[in-house]
Write a protein that binds this ligand. Structure first.
Ligand code: FE2
Length: 237
């Protein structure tokens, strides 16, 4: 399976704080059945610019690669580099954000602030997709639904050209609703959003188990397959 959202790169953000933790997170993900993991460190336009972010990200990734090679470790998922971009007004004209898309895919993972969503924000996110020729994906929509106590968020995204990522924990804490949305094909990506090996450890396996026990594996497989096929097609080009 694919973990679409994670913070295992060392010393990038509030995620992994050491190379040992990074490797432990990768190992644990592999053990749970993850075979492709997107690294999505936080990007805050107020504090950082894409160029220096990308340089830091390359450095962190090189450390991970080096450690994997030194240990001749094969039980590690494939890694693609991305970012979790914190929403900011004006992002729709910030062309340099294109470099922060998820691996070689056109997906751009965007994290809205934890305040009620205005239509102007959704308009801006939709416009970001158009202007930057990418496909916006909203990170952990389930978290906003829970913390803002707003069950309409999934519906509000339905008619827009914006895709939805949910966290694996959604299936653990609100399994009925998560499974229903999965079966309605309204969840486009699932990620662990793992930050460490403690309270925010890799947990794709628990989502997978809940989905399997409910007999909805086919829907989950479709999500993963869509991404694998896209990457395969790109490799052939
Ligand atoms: Fe995150």
């Amino acid at each position: 399976m694919i973990d679409f959202h994670s913070h295992f790169l060392p010393d990038m953000d509030d995620g992994s704080d050491s190379i040992e933790t990074s490797l432990a997170m990768l190992h644990e993900s592999w053990r749970q059945g993850v075979r492709l993991m997107f690294a999505t460190p936080h990007f805050y336009a107020e504090e950082d610019d894409p160029e220096s972010f990308l340089a830091r990200r390359s450095e962190a990734y090189a450390r991970v690669r080096e450690a994997i090679e030194a240990r001749q470790d094969s039980e590690i998922p494939d890694i693609l580099l991305g970012a979790e971009i914190y929403y900011f007004p004006g992002m729709s004209v910030a062309e340099e954000l294109r470099a922060l898309s998820m691996g070689t895919t056109p997906f751009l993972l965007i994290e809205p602030p934890m305040i009620p969503w205005g239509n102007s924000m959704l308009d801006e996110i939709e416009l970001t997709g158009e202007n930057l020729h990418c496909i916006p994906v909203i990170a952990h929509v389930d978290r906003y639904m829970r913390m803002l106590r707003d069950a309409s968020l999934f519906d509000r995204l339905r008619d827009r050209r914006i895709l939805i990522q949910v966290n694996a924990s959604f299936f653990v804490h609100d399994s009925e609703r998560a499974l229903e949305l999965l079966r309605q094909n309204r969840i486009h990506f699932i990620g662990s959003d793992c930050h460490n090996m403690d309270e925010r450890a890799p947990n794709m396996g628990s989502a997978e188990e809940i989905i399997r026990l409910d007999g909805a594996t086919e829907y989950f497989r479709t999500i993963n397959q869509r991404i694998f096929s896209l990457l395969e097609r790109q490799q052939q080009l």
